[in-house]
Design a protein around this ligand. Structure first.
Ligand code: B16
Ligand code: MG
Length: 216
């Protein structure tokens, strides 16, 4: 029996990917590396450190440990310039109604995100109070596809992994949920997220009853 839902943040609750893109592009160009929206796809769901490693690889660049940390800090400052301006209008379609259906069914709700800015983003969009537990990049050290973030969320909710349904938009996140032995609903394209139990384009017109029926 499923008693809890765990939601990824970026790409599931809110689309912050374009703000990550703008900040990574600014950083990449400051380092003399060209960076396109296509390149940005590989960074979705990937931690901040791993994202910078990918960009350096793309440009064939190397940085000292100090330069690497300074670059991470610059990127985050530029990202936060955007995040401080966002509000509830950035919540993806159907998300609020879906969260309400989960709550109405008496199920618990957690966030399982790689972002170290997750709490700030939830506060900016006014959804903080919808979550019983928030597990983000400040609480876990192993990046998706490691299952740590979702296992930690289940522990915080005090439910077994098998009782959880994860909602994820990134391939690495779907793999993390599978490794945690949780049911997983992909949000996005079925060809990309083929390891999910099933895939929805978004939450529009969906409620938790329909999801649980599909998982049977
Ligand atoms: P931050 P998610 C992920 O969020 C993003 O998809 C990914 O692009 C980002 O690099 C990562 O968070 C770390 O974010 O720099 O804010 O700590 O999809 O796991 O909610
Ligand atoms: Mg995501």
């Amino acid at each position: 029996m499923k008693t809890a839902c765990i939601f990824d943040l970026d790409g599931v609750i809110v689309d912050t990917a374009r703000y990550h893109y703008l900040a990574w592009k600014r950083l990449a160009e400051s380092l003399g590396v060209g960076f396109s929206e296509h390149d940005n796809e590989a960074l979705k769901g990937v931690s901040r450190i791993e994202s910078l490693k990918l960009i350096l690889k793309l440009g064939g660049k190397e940085l000292s440990a100090e330069e690497f940390d300074a670059a991470l800090a610059r990127k985050n400052a530029w990202y936060l310039e955007h995040i401080h301006k966002i509000g509830p209008e950035e919540i993806l379609p159907g998300v609020i109604e879906f969260l309400q259906s989960v709550r109405a069914r008496g199920m618990k709700i957690a966030l399982g995100s790689a972002s170290k800015n997750a709490l700030l983003i939830l506060q900016q969009i006014g959804l903080r109070d919808h979550f019983d537990a928030i597990v983000d990049g400040n609480k876990v050290s192993l990046a998706k596809p490691d299952p740590e973030v979702f296992l930690c969320a289940a522990r915080e909710l005090n439910v077994p992994p098998q009782a959880c349904v994860v909602f994820e938009d990134a391939v690495s996140g779907v793999q993390a949920a599978c490794a945690a032995q949780m049911a997983v609903v992909g949000i996005g394209h079925a060809q990309v997220l083929h390891q999910a139990d099933f895939v929805l384009p978004n939450f529009l017109g969906m409620d938790i009853a329909a999801v649980l029926a599909k998982l049977k």
